[in-house]
Design a protein around this ligand. Structure first.
Ligand SMILES: *Cc1c(COP(=O)(O)O)cnc(C)c1O
Length: 404
């Protein structure tokens, strides 16, 4: 069960007033808030064990290294990859995708094809466009229907022996659609393609079992799942990561370095050049512990209930239209009200203390698909409440009165 008062007390920012009103934070799709234990983990690292990892024999360096590597163990336990060394720390989802799209370059020919979808975040579009520019390969896009779902019959037509990589998100950040990634992975593997799953939006909301999923790559960002910004991980299957060339060169990633030839360190270090973001890796581990203390199953059920409540409540606002109406959705609602500009509505609800996102949500192709400039997006976390949804609905009604 979710003990909402106890949970909210763990998040110091939720006690704030914004523009003189209690903060209603509905921009969790952009970044989640952080519980005090995560904030404390960062301070504790710098106050007590700050030291570089994997280097010195001295005590602090060993404490720092142990705490750093402990997070990799927590990720292994939480996401169930076959091996701990298949987890590479990155700055986040964006860097994970860029790492893969760059490192696969020698494996991609001019006649090859890369498939993405019409639901992708710019960070799962542009790195593949760059790969196609480097190699001459073709980018194909799975279109979406009016509900914001992938058109899987078109995917069947697009996929062929020329397909080398399929890269799709698990959950759409703009519309909330939960994509049929199991089916995509199975079909892609039949033609021998590698599959990258952008898990930025799934990790905070649902259980992800990497071995059961059987994707070849998976990326995520800590900051959307209660952790700090600037840290995340890339999962890759061991044999594939071993076959790929390094992404960054530098310290920590070499076995032997001399001017004639350098040999690379074993996984995961081969892909972790330079001093890592130690404090934030440690705090990421604390965030995973916090989520597990509450239980992802409880989080999922609570958010689902909140999504249903909010969907009904919002549809009571005259002229409100929801974009993204798939039966399988995470706790994200994108909408517009009549012909009011989302930015104008967003500015007014902000004055009333409610934080929603307005704009294209780094998914311009989706906005083009629906021929709109952008949407308002309310994205919920398990520390949000139905009372807060009511505050949003009232704020929207005020905005409508002021703007029309
Ligand atoms: C947020 C997000 C990204 C980018 O994540 P960063 O943390 O900015 O690197 C990519 N894909 C999706 C679906 C996202 O929601």
């Amino acid at each position: 069960m979710i003990d909402i008062d106890k949970i909210r007390a763990d998040f110091p920012i939720l006690k704030q007033l914004v523009n003189g009103k209690p903060l209603v934070y509905f921009d969790n799709g952009a970044t989640s808030q952080k519980p005090q234990v995560v904030i404390d983990a960062i301070t504790n690292y710098y106050s007590n064990i700050n030291s570089n990892v994997h280097r010195g024999v001295h005590t602090l360096s060993q404490l720092a290294t142990d705490a750093f590597e402990e997070t990799r163990k927590k990720i292994k336990a939480h996401f169930n990859p076959a091996h701990e060394h298949e987890i590479i720390f990155t700055r986040g989802t964006t860097e994970g995708i860029n790492l893969v799209a760059t490192a696969v370059t020698p494996f991609i020919k001019k006649t090859d094809e890369i498939i993405i979808s019409g639901l992708e975040h710019h960070s799962n579009i542009v790195p593949w466009q760059l790969l196609c520019e480097r190699t001459g390969a073709k980018l194909k896009v799975i279109p979406i229907n009016d509900k914001g779902e992938l058109e899987m019959d078109v995917f069947e037509e697009l996929i062929s022996n020329q397909t080398k990589i399929v890269a799709v998100n698990h959950i759409s950040n703009a519309l909330g659609t939960i994509n049929p990634v199991e089916e995509i992975i199975e079909k892609a593997h039949k033609v021998g393609a590698w599959v990258l799953i952008d898990g930025a939006q799934s990790c905070p909301h649902m259980r992800v079992d990497l071995q059961a999923l059987d994707c070849d790559f998976f990326t995520c960002s800590a900051h959307k799942m209660l952790g700090p910004t600037g840290i995340g991980f890339l999962y890759g299957k061991e044999d594939i990561l071993n076959a790929l060339p390094p992404y960054h060169g530098g310290g920590e990633m070499i076995k032997e370095c001399n001017f004639e030839k350098t040999t690379y360190a074993e996984l995961p270090h081969k892909f972790e050049a330079g001093t890592p973001n130690i404090a934030d890796v440690i705090a990421f581990g604390t965030a995973i512990d916090y989520i597990n203390k509450i239980g992802l199953e409880h989080i999922e059920a609570y958010e689902h209930d909140l999504l249903n409540y909010a969907t009904q409540a919002l549809l009571n606002v005259p002229g409100l239209k929801i974009y993204g109406t798939s039966a399988k959705k995470a706790s994200v609602i994108s909408f517009n009200i009549a012909d009011l500009h989302p930015y104008d509505v967003g500015s007014i609800v902000d004055k009333l203390g409610v934080a929603v996102r307005t704009g294209h949500h780094c998914t311009q192709p989706i906005m083009d698909r629906f021929a709109i400039p952008g949407t308002l997006r309310a994205s919920f976390a398990f520390y949000n409440t139905k009372q807060e949804v009511d505050v949003l609905v009232n704020a929207l009604q005020k905005a409508v009165m002021m703007l029309s």
